[in-house]
Design a protein around this ligand. Structure first.
Ligand code: ATP
Ligand code: MG
Length: 372
């Protein structure tokens, strides 16, 4: 076999690449072997993929600021673009040897997402013109096998692009070029709020965040015009949504996941200069987001209901079957709740079962004594 010289494509010496090569997991998709990096290593992004003679870079982790007014000027020296941060799952879509692949965050081909982007979008004209790129975006909407969230105007699952990168170097097209090019190819993108200077941002960004919060949307990603730096900030409604979800499965989620979101709320309350009444309203909403889902879950365990993450998916029968098999291959325990024939093929509601919350809650309900 030809040496695909992955090390050169990854910008590593041969010896360095050989040292980390074992960290890649071997996988198969539709008879094609590929490898993906499950974590950050040696300047390589999590989710970096080696497939045939091609390297597909992972999508970089985006840092967060807890305080806009100080964080923005500290991070950005000049103008930056503001886009909506949509709440779904990250995918990189690329074409290799004439085939379209959609990789999730960890660099795994998702058969269902691959089917979905091919069914909804006509990507060949784009990849004919921009071969060697990857289209980065978020899969959003309620009928979602990973991260369901409602968006006005999206009734099932939809792709929203937020970046186009060279898949080998990871370099992005400038934001303004990418906005224009993807419009031209009819690829839907996340909403764009414009270019701002750090001093304009002081008033403008909190206003944008406030409107998004009102609408129950997740937040913003700010990026330099060439996407060399990115910074994210999330709304209170997103923080609460995450907490509701995590506290519905309190023993399956890491406690630092909850803690980080509580901290964000406290800094926002201070930065927003909230009146005592307003701060109290926030506290009330936060308390509900924490306690009510836990109470529900404890009652559900008591009543013998299935505990886990509920999802709905819709699509061609084979794509749905491939998705369910993909999840089972990954060791997930699924409970199929309903499985109907619909116009699009199949509509399946299932639960990804989680064990820790069920077991621990059962034990506490049985009167298990805790030393605390
Ligand atoms: P990770 O950083 O590993 O992706 P995370 O859950 O910590 O995981 P998030 O807090 O969701 O990440 O924020 C980063 C993610 O936001 C990106 O990976 C991307 O999937 C998503 N995203 C949504 N909208 C945008 C956008 N407009 N620009 C860039 N990223 C966006
Ligand atoms: Mg996210």
């Amino acid at each position: 076999m030809d040496d695909p010289a992955y090390h050169r494509k990854l910008g590593l010496s041969k010896a360095t690449f050989e040292r980390i090569e074992d960290e890649f997991s071997k996988r198969y998709y539709d008879g094609t072997a590929y490898r993906s990096l499950p974590d950050y290593r040696k300047n390589l992004e999590k989710g970096t993929v080696l497939i045939a003679d091609t390297v597909v870079r992972g999508f970089p982790k985006i840092p967060r600021t807890l305080v806009l007014e100080e964080g923005i000027p500290r991070y950005f020296g000049g103008e930056f673009a503001v886009e909506e941060k949509m709440n779904g799952y990250n995918v990189r879509v690329t074409r290799i040897g004439g085939e379209i692949y959609a990789f999730t965050r960890g660099g795994i081909v998702c058969p269902y997402t691959t089917w979905k982007v091919e069914a909804d979008l006509d990507l060949d004209p784009f990849f004919d013109e921009y071969p060697g790129t990857m289209l980065c975006g978020e899969m959003v909407g309620p009928e979602n096998p990973y991260t369901p969230h409602d968006y006005e105007g999206i009734d099932s699952l939809a792709f929203r692009a937020f970046d186009v990168r060279d898949r080998e170097t990871g370099d992005s097209l400038p934001v303004s070029d990418r906005r224009a090019i993807l419009d031209e190819f009819d690829v839907p993108q996340v909403p764009f709020f414009g270019l701002l200077t750090p001093s304009e941002a002081v008033d403008e960004v909190p206003r944008i965040v406030d409107d998004l919060d009102e609408a129950g949307r997740e937040g913003i990603v700010m990026k330099t015009p060439h996407v060399t730096q990115q910074l994210k900030y999330t709304t209170s409604s997103a923080n609460r949504g995450n907490l509701e979800f995590a506290f519905s499965l309190p023993f399956d989620y890491g406690q630092d996941f909850m803690f980080r979101r509580l901290i964000r709320e406290a800094f926002q309350s201070v930065e927003w200069n909230e009146s005592p009444d307003r701060a109290r309203e926030r506290a009330h909403a936060l308390g509900e987001a924490i306690l009510l889902p836990m109470v529900d879950t404890i009652e559900n365990v008591r009543d013998g209901k299935t505990i886990g993450e509920p999802h709905t998916v819709r699509g061609e029968a084979e794509a749905i079957e491939a998705l369910l098999e993909h999840f089972r291959d990954q060791g997930l325990q699924l409970e199929i709740e309903t499985d109907e024939s619909v116009e699009a093929g199949r509509l399946v509601r299932f639960v990804k079962k989680t064990q820790a919350t069920k077991d621990k809650t059962d034990a506490y309900l049985d009167g298990m004594i805790v030393q605390e």
